[in-house]
Ligand binder design. Structure first.
Ligand code: ADP
Ligand code: MG
Length: 489
């Protein structure tokens, strides 16, 4: 994805991440997903007269965790404010959010690109706020709309980036990295389909070389990484077209329509709200102490960036493989379990991310539902590493393991190798005779090889492999064939 005419994109993302607390930000109502509409909203969520919100300490701890993980400043004193606007799914007539004194300021996120390179994006701030309810317009007939308040008051972290993102791919990588981090910290499940992670993308375009910030448009509520990337690309193209025609881009809030692949005006800056923010008089300022922050520091897991660097140095993995393997906690434990019985780390990485992931992708399964355990995947790779079977035979064994799993039976790869007699032939004496025979029976090919046709060497290998049912040690075969050819008059 790119832009024509020497333009570049300027992108800043505002991400809303639902905090995985059991109860809401200011009330004891459940946050469980998928319940009957309006069964999880109490007086506080409804804004009844006399109600008093009480801050959920777990949501504050989650905010501190994220702040520490991105190397931000944790504000020891932060304030909840009322953001006033009226909406049918906001019964209080205001949303409790943080305004000029958010809990987290600054910080950085390092994003990993497909080519193995990394870039750092600065974070502006992170504040806590409550979610609104949900209006449903496509269920009733005759223009009836419905309101479900189960989501009203659910805790959100709003994470705002600096306008430093330059391409849709970087925006996608930013979302992926943020999701990885939130999931590692176990403070948000990152499920975009359920709306637990949503993104508003601010986009402007400018001529390359310029440092000016041009007028931006904000595309609201993007609920998949693909939508984030596609919406940004189309919005940027729309803006370039306007500038190129001599027009001006108006500051607007826009919606992404994935079916038509276009963004559409939702509201213009003229309709911008004046939210009349003021500190919520029902809530005390949040004053943190150093001991609480130290205690949270003690619960922090090893973070994905540190793990990636360790995987690269300990196991010699490429940046791409290392960041893939550290993008989910479950990947990290599967991979490290694979290595427990002497499997070569690079080979194990390949078998997991290429062979096993292909199988999982095809069946639409997560790693947690893998038909083959980490122990057996590791054992299969150990068999290759120790020279007991070749990579080619391993694929055969892998196929048998998958077939077994489908039938609901489990057999260790070493047992399959024994039972099917698939052990690699590394007996030099036996192989030598077979190689010599392959060479002697094809003098034409020998002549061609000696005349410089290197590719014909493969035909000797093919003959030997056919003879040995693919079980000959390939390195040994190469060596012995060369010797046999050299010895051939
Ligand atoms: P608001 O409070 O109106 O949403 P902010 O200044 O907080 O405005 O910016 C919101 C987001 O827009 C941030 O992620 C920021 O990086 C991004 N942003 C600001 N100016 C631009 C611009 N000219 N082009 C693209 N993104 C921008
Ligand atoms: Mg905004």
């Amino acid at each position: 994805m790119s832009l024509p005419h020497n333009y570049e994109m300027v992108i800043g993302l505002e991400v809303h991440a639902q905090v995985t607390t059991k109860s809401k930000l200011f009330s004891g109502s459940s946050t469980a997903f998928g319940s009957e509409p309006n069964t999880q909203a109490n007086e506080i969520d409804l804004g009844m007269p006399g109600m008093l919100p009480v801050l959920n300490a777990g949501a504050v701890d989650a905010g501190i965790k994220l702040g520490l993980a991105i190397g931000a400043d944790i504000n020891m004193h932060s304030v909840f404010a009322r953001k006033n606007y009226y909406y049918p799914d906001l019964p209080k007539g205001y949303q409790i959010s943080q305004y000029d004194q958010p809990i987290v300021l600054g910080g950085k996120l390092s994003i990993d690109m497909e080519d193995g390179s990394s870039r750092t994006i600065n974070i502006t701030r992170m504040h806590l706020e409550e979610d609104a309810g949900k209006s449903i317009h496509d269920m009733g007939s005759g223009g009836t709309s419905f309101v479900d308040l189960n989501r009203a008051g659910v805790p959100l972290m709003e994470i705002v980036s600096e306008p430093e993102i330059r391409t849709p791919e970087e925006a996608g990588a930013y979302m992926k990295k943020l999701r990885t981090l939130l999931r590692f910290l176990e403070i948000c499940d990152g499920d975009m389909e359920k709306g637990n992670l949503r993104c508003d993308a601010n986009v402007s375009v400018r001529k390359i070389g310029s440092t000016e910030l041009k007028t931006r448009c904000e595309i609201k509520n993007l609920n998949s990484i693909r939508h984030v990337m596609n919406a940004i690309q189309h919005e940027a193209e729309r803006q370039v077209e306007i500038w190129e025609k001599g027009g001006t881009v108006d500051q607007e809030t826009r919606l992404w329509d994935p079916d038509l692949s276009e963004t559409r005006t939702l509201r213009s800056k003229e309709d911008a709200h004046d939210y009349r923010y003021f500190p919520d008089p029902d809530l005390l300022p949040v004053n943190l102490d150093a001991a609480r922050i130290e205690a949270i520091k003690g619960t922090m897991p090893e973070l994905p960036d540190a793990l990636r660097d360790r995987f690269m140095s300990d196991y010699g993995l490429t940046p791409y493989d290392a960041s893939l393997l550290t993008s989910e906690k479950s990947y990290v434990s599967f991979y490290t379990d694979m290595l427990k019985n002497g499997a070569d780390p690079k080979l194990a990485s390949n078998w997991m991310t290429v062979e096993l992931f292909a199988v999982l992708n095809k069946s639409g399964k997560d790693l947690d539902e893998s038909p083959i355990s980490a122990t057996h995947m590791g054992e299969l790779v150990s068999l290759i590493t120790s020279g007991k079977i070749s990579g080619k035979i391993a694929k055969q064994v892998f196929a048998i393991m998958l077939e077994n799993a489908e039938k609901g039976s489990v057999m260790a790869p070493s047992a399959i190798v024994e039972a099917q007699g698939l052990t690699q032939i590394s007996d030099e004496g036996a192989l030598k005779a077979i190689c010599e025979k392959a060479v002697a029976s094809n003098p034409d090919a020998v002549a061609k090889f000696k005349a410089g046709n290197d590719r014909i060497f493969g035909s000797f290998v093919g003959t030997v492999m056919k003879e040995t049912k693919g079980q000959a040690n390939p390195e040994l075969v190469n060596k012995l064939l060369k010797e046999a050819i050299d010895a051939h008059a």
